[in-house]
Design a binder for this molecule. Structure first.
Ligand code: NDP
Ligand code: GDR
Length: 353
């Protein structure tokens, strides 16, 4: 395995996959990605990086695959012979995991096992470095705040439990087979290409639609939940740094600031020059336009979760010390970027990143 560095990204069509692919291409990597067969196009986030498959020397190569198909993963790892694998593929929506718990376990937990076994099956366990996309959802019902690498895990969803398996199987393969397998325990990170059903993007898209008079109101679930929200661009840099260390280890990546969903909403409307005032409480809480008095935000219990993660706040001091990494984008700057991007879509200004 000499010459140009090859990376394999599972989940390349997702938010993080698209930012990571761009980062690695910029560093001179040959990037291979696994995409799922879908009845409609699912590569919009990486269309800006796309290269004609008829071109002889390509830097970005996509392979059809799925985390639920071991034979296919073995074949891809055998073909690509990657120096680094970033395992980002997952059914990543917490609420959806309550509705599809078995599928979530299959893709997120067993999928990780399949990929690690694929590396061993083709005999690359001493060559390939493996990054596992672990999550602050592992902390769940938090034992301490802020959460760090040593904080005990207590996941609160089928997603969190599946990711707990993935975390530990990566640690286990490191200890059992001496593989370079590392976990990034990443707190929430967002961007203009964040999936539309995660709360941040749902909010910024609604702000844009309300500004353009295409929507009257935004319906949300738990406004009191607090999250440590950063920008995906900063976080994929951290992923790369985790795999560049001499020995594999597990790292929390977070901003160290926590904000409620309610305050995120206020900031998002502010980015569009709309001043929100909150009235009522519980199910009757509303966000009003302070100028017109119009109700723009309402609570809809259908978005409540069977079990909630109330507060997440990360301590990334180990990453700062050992990786020289820290989140650089402020929450306000990120929200403004997301809101402006969504507003721009109404004037046909589509953005990749
Ligand atoms: P996205 O949901 O945006 O992307 C998920 C990716 O996984 C997509 O490319 C999706 O393909 C792919 N995928 C889903 N199921 C399968 C499957 N069975 N086989 C192959 N590919 C599959 O997630 P993010 O980019 O936000 O997150 C990346 C990873 O990081 C995920 O594992 C997530 O759980 C984890 N994570 C994310 C955090 C965040 O705040 N964003 C924080 C901590 C961890 P398709 O496009 O076809 O749907
Ligand atoms: P999360 O992200 O569950 O933290 O998982 P999400 O944006 O879905 O929820 C954040 C918080 O907002 C509350 N909420 C709502 N959430 C959604 N999606 N829709 C709503 O209408 C709504 N109203 C309130 C939720 O209850 C929750 O408390 C994300 C994913 O990217 C995971 O893959 C990742 O592992 C974690 O972040 C870290």
């Amino acid at each position: 395995m000499t010459g140009i560095k090859r990376a394999l990204i599972t989940g390349i069509t997702g938010q993080d996959g698209s930012y990571l692919a761009e980062l690695l291409l910029g560093k001179g990597y040959e990037v291979h990605g696994i995409k799922r067969r879908s009845s409609s196009f699912n590569t919009q986030r990486i269309d800006g990086l796309y290269e004609d498959p008829h071109k002889f020397e390509r830097k970005l190569v996509l392979h059809y695959g799925d985390m639920t198909d071991a034979t296919n993963l073995i074949r891809i790892v055998q073909t690509v012979q990657p120096h680094e694998i970033y395992n980002l593929a997952a059914q990543s929506h917490v609420q959806v995991s309550f509705e599809t718990p078995e599928y979530t376990a299959n893709s997120d937990a067993l999928g990780t096992l399949r990929l690690l076994e694929a590396i061993r099956t083709v005999g690359l366990e001493k060559e390939t470095r493996f990054y596992q996309a672990s999550t602050s959802e592992l902390f769940g019902k938090v034992a301490e705040t802020p959460q760090r690498e040593t904080t005990p895990f207590h996941p609160r969803s089928p997603y969190g439990v599946a990711k707990l398996y993935a975390y530990w199987i990566a640690v286990n393969y490191r200890e059992a087979y001496g593989m370079y397998a590392a976990n990034g325990i990443l707190f929430n990170h967002e961007s203009p290409v964040r999936g539309e059903t995660f709360v941040t993007r749902k909010i910024t898209m609604a702000v844009a639609a309300i500004v353009h008079k295409k929507q009257d109101r935004l319906y949300l679930g738990n406004l009191n939940a607090k999250r440590d929200w950063g920008h995906a661009r900063d976080f994929v840099e951290g992923m790369w740094r985790i795999l560049q260390q001499d020995s594999p280890d597990d790292y929390v990546l977070a901003t160290g600031r926590t904000t409620s969903v309610r305050d995120f909403v206020t900031l998002a409307f502010k980015a569009a020059n709309i001043d929100i005032e909150w009235t009522g409480e519980g199910l009757s809480e509303r966000g009003l336009d302070r100028v017109s008095g119009q109700c723009l935000v309402e609570v809809d219990p259908r978005y409540f979760r069977p079990a909630e993660v109330d507060i997440l706040l990360g301590d990334a001091s180990k990453a700062a010390r050992e990786l020289n990494w820290k989140a650089t984008t402020s929450l306000e700057d990120m929200i403004t970027e997301m809101v402006l991007s969504d507003i721009g879509k109404y004037s046909g200004n589509a953005q990749f990143h």
